[in-house]
Design a protein around this ligand. Structure first.
Ligand code: PEP
Length: 250
């Protein structure tokens, strides 16, 4: 059985005070989360605070992006070694906001996946179609292309070392959620496509849903066979909502 994973993506939100309060709230409710693995992906500057507050708890943490370079003259960038210095376990790669606002293409995302995984971080690979692509009926081709770029770069076994987050772009931060069946259909297509390469990897790899998952809709999404957790933006900023989602995952 795949252990569900709920990860909060705080994006560029929070302050030292608000994060302390948020983590206190999450920690206080974690005793009621039985099954799910829970992680938070924080802005870089708060990783030291997050590490300090979460060390010794069941919660894991991670970054939201990384550089493909190891060190040197790359102003504004953060390396895997820096993330590991703060004991990050996870790092998000290829979030749609990185793809659309910062021009990250499939090749760069695949390289980031490879660099993260080689360093011992667990990449959370975000894939998903735009509204235009869904309306054209090419959702499955888009997520297959995005996944295949990583398989081509790192191999199928290495893909299985990561987590995949299916995030329809039209559902991110919009309050519009894919229906459980819409999400399940795409998750199943991703798993089937991976199974064409390796059935064992397809059976074990965790595929999260992301896109306006919240306290009210999480349970029905997480009940679907191929949905193994959630990548949560807005609803991860309120401890009670985030905990409701974590509990809905088991
Ligand atoms: C995300 O940023 O990955 C996300 C899913 O955001 P939201 O939950 O706010 O749609």
């Amino acid at each position: 059985m795949r252990q569900p994973i709920i990860a909060g993506n705080w994006k560029m939100n929070g302050s030292r005070d608000s994060i302390r309060e948020l983590l206190d709230g999450i920690k206080a409710g974690m005793a009621e989360v039985n099954l799910a693995e829970v992680a938070v992906c924080a802005p870089y500057v708060y990783l030291a605070d997050v590490e300090q507050q979460l060390t010794g708890t069941k919660l894991a943490w991670g970054g939201q992006n990384l550089s493909t370079e190891a060190s040197g003259a790359y102003t504004g960038e953060i390396s895997t070694a820096m993330l590991l210095d703060f004991h990050c376990k996870y790092v998000i790669v290829g979030h749609s906001e990185r793809r659309s606002y910062y021009g990250e293409d499939d090749a760069l995302v695949a390289k980031k996946f490879a660099v993260a995984r080689d360093a011992g971080l667990i990449p959370i690979l975000c894939i998903g179609e735009t509204l235009e692509e869904r309306e054209k009926g090419i959702t499955e081709q888009v997520v297959a292309r995005q996944t295949k770029a990583v398989i081509d770069a790192v191999g199928i076994q290495a893909l299985g070392d990561g987590v995949i987050a299916y995030e329809p772009v039209w559902a991110i931060g919009t309050g519009k959620t894919a229906t459980p069946q819409q999400a399940q259909d795409v998750h199943a297509s991703i798993r089937n496509m991976i199974a064409e390469h390796d059935a064992g990897v397809a059976a074990k790899v965790r595929i999260q849903y992301g896109g306006s998952m919240n306290a009210a809709n999480a349970a029905e999404l997480l009940a679907m066979d191929d949905i193994d957790g959630g990548l949560i933006g807005g609803a991860s900023l309120k401890a009670s909502d985030f905990l409701t989602i974590c509990k809905a995952a088991g």
